[in-house]
Ligand binder design. Structure first.
Ligand code: S3P
Length: 427
């Protein structure tokens, strides 16, 4: 039986990598970025920034970015291709809005089915002109302005991408931009802004809403950034170690941002033997080591309130649930329909195909324990979704490669070194 053992440094965090590049581009002067995730999504952001006139190059083990300031983007000569990356699209649409240029954003088939009006509706209110395909999708055209209006935004969908797009648009607006967030989402943008010494306010209310107040325009002084390692990528190996008997692993340099590691609390409640040790602060983020031993898991109920904090981890939590005694119910997963694939469908169809007892009802998924023996080779459809491909690759540790993944290449979207790292841990 395969087990996972040893220590590993996971690749850089995807969310922080996009933001590090964008903020370096909006700074004045040269910044170096270390441990940048070199994945397809992040390269989409690099290529778009280059099209907008930013000089970016790689030197030995770091990247050098020459920023042009918050109003320094040049009008691109061709369409800006976000490929599969929702974060690239949403954040860059926000970032170009406060520059007086016209841009066309395009993406791959999957991204072209994901909502962009969730960002442009706000940008229209402050004076950017946008034209979307079928009023919601890429390709979209945007004409920005360096005279956008200060505005009080209120975000109804809990989404770090929407919030970050509005923050980025606000950096070159004269006056006060406020953003109310009803439910907490990942806060890497705010942490990076603090690290870069930007002056802004955060107020937390008793009803759990948060108000962010920007006072632009900002001049950002360039500063080197080191990217902490990705807790969402770590989740695959953590679950891998929990479900394979005899495993014991240590993952180092992981971003311990509370908006990203809620899944560890869930796995611990399920009986997972996981220890977290904070080791240092890195560019505004707490960073540390996560140690995991294989464990007997039990199913629990996950409340819908937690969904913004678990948004990328439901696929791998579903894999943990297949090995947990009892029943596991994950509630309020509606936003999963707007990801790289309809993740409710991708989880349920594939687990059912493998013979697991899975039920979907009103955006909730219930997985009941059943001792499933996979005798014949079964083919999983990833729908081009990297997190689905990695989740089922982890389940495969228990089924000796009897699970075939139709498209492993999509893993390079967020974690090109996934199989190399998995092999390193495999004993
Ligand atoms: C991200 C935010 C989340 C997450 C995505 C990365 C970010 O999306 O699913 O992988 O970097 O801001 P939403 O903002 O749509 O929840």
């Amino acid at each position: 039986m395969i087990k996972l053992q040893g220590s590993l440094k996971i690749s850089g965090d995807k969310s922080i990598s996009h933001r590090a590049l964008i903020f370096a581009a909006l700074s004045v002067g040269e910044s170096k970025i270390r441990n940048l995730l070199e994945s397809r999504d992040v390269f989409a952001t690099i290529n778009i920034l280059k099209e907008l006139g930013i000089k970016i190059r790689k030197k030995s083990n770091f990247w050098v970015i020459n920023g042009n300031g918050t109003d320094g983007f040049l009008e691109p000569n061709k369409a800006l291709n976000c490929e599969n990356s929702g974060t690239t699209a949403r954040l860059m649409i926000g970032a170009v809005a406060s520059n007086p240029i016209s841009c066309t954003f395009i993406g791959d088939k999957s991204l072209s089915k994901r909502s962009m009006s969730r960002v442009t509706n706000y940008l229209e209110k402050i004076g950017a002109e946008t034209k979307l395909t079928k009023e919601n999708y890429l390709p979209l055209m945007i004409t920005g302005s360096n005279n956008l209006l200060p505005y009080n935004h209120s975000c109804s969908i809990p989404s770090a991408q929407i919030k970050s797009a509005l923050i980025l648009s606000g950096l070159n607006i004269k006056g006060k931009t406020t953003i109310i967030e009803k439910r907490k989402t990942r806060d890497h943008t705010e942490r990076l802004m603090k690290y870069l010494n930007l002056n802004f306010k955060i107020k937390k209310f008793k009803n759990k809403q948060t108000l962010l107040e920007l006072n632009g325009p900002y001049e950002i002084k360039s500063k080197d950034i080191s990217v902490a390692s990705d807790p969402s990528s770590a989740a695959f190996f953590i679950v891998g170690a929990l479900i394979t008997p005899g495993s014991k692993i240590k993952l180092t340099n992981i971003a311990l941002n509370p908006t990203r590691i809620e899944y560890i609390k869930i796995l611990k409640k399920m009986g997972g033997n996981i220890r977290i040790k904070k080791t240092r602060k890195l560019c505004g983020e707490d960073v540390g080591t996560i140690s995991v031993k294989s464990s007997k898991l039990k199913g629990i109920n996950i409340d819908s309130k937690l969904s913004p904090l678990l948004i990328d981890e439901y696929p791998i939590l579903s894999i943990a649930a297949t090995q947990a005694k009892g029943a596991m119910t994950m509630k309020g997963l509606g936003e999963l329909r707007h990801k790289e694939s309809d993740r409710i469908k991708s989880i349920v169809i594939n687990l059912n195909k493998l013979g697991f007892n899975v039920e979907e009802k009103n955006d909730n998924i219930t997985i009941r324990y059943s001792k499933t023996v996979i005798k014949n080779v079964k083919k999983i459809r990833t729908y081009g979704d990297h997190r689905i491909a990695m989740s089922f690759s982890i389940l495969n540790l228990l089924y000796k490669d009897r699970i075939l993944i139709d498209d492993k290449d999509c893993i390079a979207i967020s974690y090109p070194k996934f199989f190399q790292h998995l092999k390193q841990l495999q004993k």
